[in-house]
Write a protein that binds this ligand. Structure first.
Ligand code: PGA
Length: 249
């Protein structure tokens, strides 16, 4: 049985103070949730305040990126070992906004993933096609390329520390979500990739989240699909009511 995982990706929203006030409210409302994993991913500057506010909580803290080295001359970056030290459990890698604005590539995601794993942390690896790619009939090819690149030399034993997030770029922040059936079809394609590269047990065990305009209004139908194991939520994770409704779908 795959335990559902709901993660809030706060992007570049909420200061440290706003973040810690916010998670205190979340914690109060979600403290009895046991049957699903809950993760919040604030900006790195806010992480220590959020970890502090969530001591003894069932809500885990994630980061939105982490470097492939643990230290070095990499201006502006933060490393997984540094994130681990302040209490981070998950690191999101390969988000489409980083691919679009920060030159993220599958090769870099792969290097970062290896370092996340080396540090004993868990990763949420994001993949997804653009509208142009989908309309050109290249969706499967694009996903295959992204998955092949991101999972190069990743061992079978590491898969238990990895969650995949399928986020069609055209559905992110646009209000246009993939239909539950459309999303499930792609999730199945991703699961088949894992089956081919590893084995059927690994494919059945890995959790695949859907991301892209997830809201309280559509979470139930999405989670009702057999291959959707959770959600990576942007906009709707920034408000207590909507995030709590999504977590408690
Ligand atoms: P959205 O973002 O929920 O605002 O569409 C999802 C994401 O970028 O992870």
């Amino acid at each position: 049985m795959r335990k559902p995982i709901i993660a809030g990706n706060w992007k570049m929203y909420k200061t440290a103070k706003e973040s810690s006030d916010f998670v205190k409210q979340l914690q109060e409302k979600l403290k009895n949730v046991q049957d699903r994993e809950i993760v919040v991913c604030p900006v790195s500057l806010a992480i220590p305040a959020v970890v502090d506010a969530l001591q003894f909580s069932n809500i885990q803290v994630g980061a939105q990126d982490g470097h492939w080295e643990n230290e070095g001359a990499f201006t502006g970056n933060v490393s997984p070992s540094m994130l681990k030290e302040v209490g981070v459990k998950y690191i999101v890698l390969g988000h489409s906004e980083r691919r679009q604005y920060d030159g993220e590539t599958d090769e870099r995601v792969n290097r970062k993933l290896k370092n996340v794993l080396k540090n004993g942390l868990r990763a949420i690896v994001c993949v997804g096609e653009t509208l142009q790619e989908r309309e050109a009939g290249k969706m499967e090819q694009v996903l295959e390329t992204q998955l092949t690149g991101c999972f190069t030399d990743i061992g079978l034993g590491d898969l238990t520390s990895i969650v995949i997030a399928y986020e069609p770029v055209w559905a992110i922040g646009t209000g246009k979500n993939a239909t539950p059936e459309q999303a499930n079809e792609v999730h199945l394609f991703i699961r088949k990739f894992i089956e081919k590269k590893y084995n059927v047990e690994a494919a059945q065990a890995i959790r695949i989240q859907y991301g892209g305009s997830v809201k309280p209004e559509n979470i139930k139908q999405l989670m009702g699909q057999p291959d959707i194991d959770g959600a990576l939520v942007g906009g709707a994770s920034l408000k207590t009511d909507s995030f709590c409704a999504i977590v408690q779908f």
